[in-house]
Design a protein around this ligand. Structure first.
Ligand SMILES: [Mn+2]
Length: 306
């Protein structure tokens, strides 16, 4: 018997916040890799809500430190509404990006839902990057490098106040895992904000097991666990299909252990799978690895446990 509510797949096909084109094909690549069938085979009820429809990516240079700000806000508003609607019906939304800017919308929705329900929120941010840039710190203006900052109240009004109040979350709710590429100014800001980061140096020294034990400390029955899985979290040798590959990420077994330990908590209530970029992939193998890991998040383990 599984212990998960019914799942809703929400495709958000845009690369409006990214520095490379192609993540807009992510939702369909996950479907081609049978994300729905794999979850149904685990006994879960799955509804695929199809893709949201928003503005096309105009592919313009940044203005005042932000690239495509209006379009990013619109896509995030759509994402927030879709994710909130599913949570309100007692379902578990899987937001299939799309680039990582969309986590602003999905997590704003999750945070609002948790506030209304009087539930605690823990966010696991699995990523090569901290995504804690601001318009002053960013070298590129790409908003997919800013969602954690926006959620914590640092950024343009249209994103920080997406849910009506600011900030959407407190940095103390966030645990970042797999980090190995942080911009210079961003580094200082991450420390000032007090984000809890388990970077690759930590994982090298103490192992994924210890990192996850720490990151999952303090969860209780009243905690909603949100997982924001940026596929570039993974080492590029197993996941080449992303726009921003960074060497030295978790290998297949480390990533599986990470997902299995999340599953063991039984607390996951929402999930983002983002930055999958089929334009950089090899015969959809990154999508297949991502689906494999999603399966582990929902309780598939290598060995049968008693
Ligand atoms: Mn990211």
């Amino acid at each position: 018997m599984n212990r998960f509510p019914p799942i809703s797949l929400i495709g958000v096909p845009t690369d409006i916040g990214a520095g490379h084109r192609g993540a807009l094909m992510g939702p369909d690549a996950l479907r081609v890799a049978d994300i729905d069938k794999v979850l149904r085979a685990r006994g879960l009820e799955v509804a695929d809500r199809g893709n949201l429809s928003g503005p096309v990516n105009p592919w313009l240079p940044p203005e005042d430190g932000y690239r495509h700000l209006d379009g990013v806000i619109e896509w995030n508003r759509l994402t927030m509404e879709a994710v909130y609607a599913e949570l309100s019906e007692g379902r578990l939304p899987i937001m299939m990006g799309g680039d990582h800017c969309l986590a602003t919308g999905s997590i704003t929705a999750v945070a609002r839902y948790c506030r209304e329900q009087g539930r605690k929120l823990r966010i696991l941010w699995l990523d090569a990057h901290t995504d804690f840039n601001t318009s002053e710190l960013t070298p590129s203006g790409n908003i997919h490098g800013m969602p954690v900052a926006c959620l914590c109240g640092h950024g343009p009004k249209g994103l920080t106040e997406l849910g009506g109040s600011k900030p959407a979350i407190d940095p103390s709710m966030v645990r970042q895992i797999g980090i190995r590429s942080v911009d210079e100014g961003e580094k200082k800001f991450v420390h000032e904000a007090g984000l809890e980061v388990y970077d690759m140096r930590y994982i090298d020294e103490f192992g994924m097991k210890r990192a996850m034990e720490e990151a999952l400390t303090g969860l209780d029955k009243n905690t909603h666990l949100h997982v924001s899985f940026d596929v570039d979290f993974l080492d590029p040798s197993i996941a080449p299909g992303v726009g921003t590959t960074v060497q030295g990420g978790p290998n297949y077994r480390e990533a599986q252990l990470c997902m299995e330990m999340i599953a063991d908590t039984g607390r996951m209530g929402s999930l983002d799978v983002v930055e999958l970029n089929p334009a950089y992939d090899d015969h959809n193998r990154t999508a297949e690895v991502a689906v494999d890991l999603v399966e582990s998040l929902f309780g598939k383990s290598t060995l049968i446990r008693g």
